[in-house]
Design a protein around this ligand. Structure first.
Ligand code: EPU
Length: 431
């Protein structure tokens, strides 16, 4: 298995170009099943999660071409309704198949994704929504069986105890595009990735009003057609590079991201004293020269502070002088990065859904273990701020969601190498 060796190497500097968003591309790929015609997606990031999704789409019958890097052409003229556990268990986002399969075939048999390290990831809201659309939903032997013969529009409320659901909104939206009548989705997720899905669906011929708002109104149509669509920029990748620039006191232009996609995150960085200036095609992070302030934050659905940037922000706050309280309202147990950051010298205590971060710490290199996608990024950030060497194991988590991460960081001056774990000093290696 691959590992990273990272050596703190001072401030990052240069320009990076943000790629297409994983969390947009996954539901967009699923949406291609809604038509018999070919859909061409561009700016699809090169990630292991994308390759899993392509594998699942092929399994249900889609013909898929990858004519050039970042471009995928999907034709689902033939489609079957079964997504088995062997494939679905590899990636939770495969639950996004439910909506398109019931819309096209009026039935689906999709395995329920297994456990997840960031905490419980129920699908009750997805199923509630489908029931509201008059689908018959049953769970047996670890699978959801849906009979959607009688599917038709309705009012669907998608709010749960932690707000709306992103992939749940995607599923109900996709199902509604081909359901007779009007569907009103209340408390819909407003994440930019849902806006991007609405844009693709509209190009395919769907009738959707209220795009970007918590109330989406969909008029069902008879069929959808092919089109071409570029995936929206990855706001989480952009935010991670902004945090990387800040944690190394760097000067970095993060290109290809609109500031409004990062609202609450940028607001918190500004409060912390990170100078960020908008430029024609992106955001420039300037050196703060060690004058960072601690800042409290609470993760919330968009446009609130994104949970997918919480771990990286935690690493940054660990370097500031004072106490920050970081509260998770989306996944209250999403703090697996904390014990590893502690091993690198951070002073962080977990109190319920909050991390109490006491800085400043000077990170020191250590062998650490990545536990999930965003935790991996946080460890790399901490490693770049350390002045010695850090070894990071289980970086396959990172490969799920960051495209060519080490190459992009190396181009900014980071010392980061991907090695086989056999090259890791034996005494540091953990089974
Ligand atoms: N929830 C329910 N019932 C449901 C669905 C969700 O209670 O039926 C709860 C969840 O437990 C959570 C909250 O609602 O507390 C939000 O979950 P959501 O369904 O919005 O999450 P998701 O759609 O499964 C997507 C991203 C995640 C990101 C979350 C929140 C994709 C493929 N995944 O997950 O991305 O953290 O939205 O923004 O879009 C990541 O990229 O690292 C990642 C985990």
């Amino acid at each position: 298995m691959d590992v990273f060796r990272v050596k703190g190497n001072g401030p990052l500097s240069g320009t990076i170009e943000v790629g297409g968003a994983k969390n947009a591309a996954l539901p967009l790929l699923a949406a291609c099943l809604l038509t018999k015609e070919t859909v061409r997606l561009t700016r699809v990031p090169d990630l292991s999660d994308i390759r899993f999704m392509v594998e699942i789409l092929r399994h249900v019958g889609a013909k898929i071409e990858n004519p050039e890097p970042g471009t995928w052409e999907i034709n689902a003229a033939q489609l079957s309704h079964i997504a088995p556990y062997e494939l679905v268990r590899k990636m939770r986002a495969s639950i996004c198949l439910l909506g398109p399969l019931v819309a096209r075939l009026r039935r689906a048999e999709v395995s329920i994704p297994g456990g997840c390290v960031i905490g419980p990831r129920p699908i009750d809201l997805h199923l509630k929504g489908l029931k509201k659309l008059h689908c018959d939903v049953r769970i047996e032997h670890g699978y959801v069986f849906i009979d959607a013969e009688d599917m038709r529009g309705s009012v669907v409320f998608l709010g749960g105890r932690n707000g709306s659901t992103v992939t749940g909104t995607a599923n109900i939206l996709m199902a509604a595009t081909l359901a007779p009548g009007t569907t009103r989705i209340e408390c819909a997720a407003c994440e930019p990735e849902i806006v991007d899905l609405c844009k693709l669906l509209t190009k395919m011929g769907a009738c959707i009003e209220g795009i970007g708002s918590p109330e989406l109104v969909v008029q069902g149509v008879e069929e959808l057609h092919g089109c071409e669509h570029p995936v929206i920029a990855d706001r989480i990748e952009a935010g991670t590079f902004i945090a990387a620039a800040a944690i190394t006191n760097g000067n970095v232009l993060v290109k290809g991201i609109a500031p409004n996609l990062l609202g609450a995150f940028l607001d918190k960085l500004e409060e912390a004293g990170v100078p960020i200036e908008p430029e024609a095609d992106g955001l420039r992070v300037l050196p703060h020269n060690g004058k960072l302030r601690p800042v409290d934050c609470i993760t919330l659905p968009y446009p609130g502070f994104p949970t997918d940037l919480q771990a990286q922000f935690c690493a940054l706050m660990a370097c500031t002088d004072g106490i920050s309280i970081i509260t998770e309202r989306i996944y209250p147990n999403r703090f697996m990065h904390v014990p590893e950051l502690q091993r690198m010298g951070a002073d962080i205590a977990i109190e319920g859904p909050s991390a109490i971060v006491k800085g400043p710490c000077k990170f020191s290199g250590a062998p650490v273990m990545a536990s999930d996608l965003r935790a991996s990024a946080a460890l790399i950030l901490a490693a770049m701020a350390a002045n010695d060497e850090t070894w990071i194991q289980r970086i396959y988590h990172l490969d799920r969601g960051y495209e060519h991460f080490e190459h992009k960081l190396a181009a900014l001056g980071a010392k980061i190498e991907r090695l086989d774990d056999s090259e890791m000093p034996h005494e540091l290696y953990q089974e």
